[in-house]
Design a protein around this ligand. Sequence first.
Ligand SMILES: [Zn+2]
Length: 446
Amino acid sequence: MPIHRSVKTLISKAGWHAYNTYRKGVHYHFKLSRVAVLLEAPRETIEAYQAERLEELLRHAYQTTPYYRELLKTETPNIAEIPPLEKKHIREQLDALCSTAFTEAQRIENATGGSTGTPLTFYQDRNYWNQRNLSVYYFDRWAGWNFGQPQLVIWGAPVDLENDGHWKHRLGNFWRNQQWLNGFHLTDTAMLEIFEQMEEAPPQTILAYPSSLYQFATFLSENGLIPQWNLKGIIASAEMLHPHYRALAEIVFKAKVYNRYGGREVGLIGMECAEGRMHINCRDIYLEIDSPDPYSEPGEILITQLNNYAMPFIRYRIGDIGMLSDEVCPCGNSLPILAELLGRTTATFRTRMGTLIHGGYFTRQFYGVKGVNQFQIIQETLKHCVLKVVVNRQWTEATRRSLVQCIQKALGEEVVVTVKFVEDIPLAASGKREYTISKVGTPATD
Ligand SMILES: [Zn+2]
């Protein structure tokens, strides 16, 4: 590493340490080593920790929030019997969900676009954020990240980018030693520019939206640009990581992609290890699957956030579908494994027989079909689907037939598929690309 780069790394590392220690009061080196002790402990230790934290949270929620006092009826309820917290409850009863133990000034407002673009506002406290950051630091190290080490960030959440170009954002990037590529405006010029910059000063890790990562990888591969960055790892977060995204990124960047699963409402939920299993962040999260048998039948993921005392999230229906595994991970970590993360409920289709078809089924079949530049499949009703396509000259009647058949094969022969030719398929309000949307059979939670 050239001297000026080592110096930059050192400055960033020291700056970050000073910032966290003196401004936020988090002695992260010390705290991080304690986080590691817990997250690398045997299963019994982790379960005992969770049980204790859960009890504490439920007592706090009962004692200080009008919503949970009414709902729980007791300080020591059985968690499995508590009705899940839906997004509509947050919209309709935001004040009643806030703890009276926190003043308005102590609450930190946050929001998410939601998968259908309807914003959801909620509150978190300082401790939630400190714990959330510690978890991100801990788990990102699995992918080769470390304090002060150079990172390329390909990101584009509107809330995150409000301050783009602002001095605070720039200063933050300096301390964090991050280079940003705006995932919302991935123009050829911007991608070429960042590629050239990275050739000069290579990143050690990449943090990206999977779809932006894929777009960048496609651009590089189509233009014969071969990164020589010696990356330690790539962290993909905030969207569904499709197998073809992962495959292309791993070839182009010659590094492993680590899937990080989380949500603005509850923080980091799970992280993939070097063996490709997603471990659950049991320090911050108590995760349940709403299914008769979470080990064999996928169901909706329910999250209890253990640190956010300003506004407790108990059995929060986050809107994703998943399944557990009882496998012992070869990586040696004892945190439980989320076996199947099937993504958004809005992307999971339902047949007339009640079978769940994951949106990934369609993206796998449609990916690479000649004649199609972009597509989006919308399940309007159990009997009707709309397929939007942006086509090119290679599109033929046979292509149309085979795509329609593919949908009917999954959802039923009797399903009517309307093919709509469009000029463009815009990104969702959240800035994410939605290939599959189902308006059928998902609870009205978003
Ligand atoms: Zn593992």
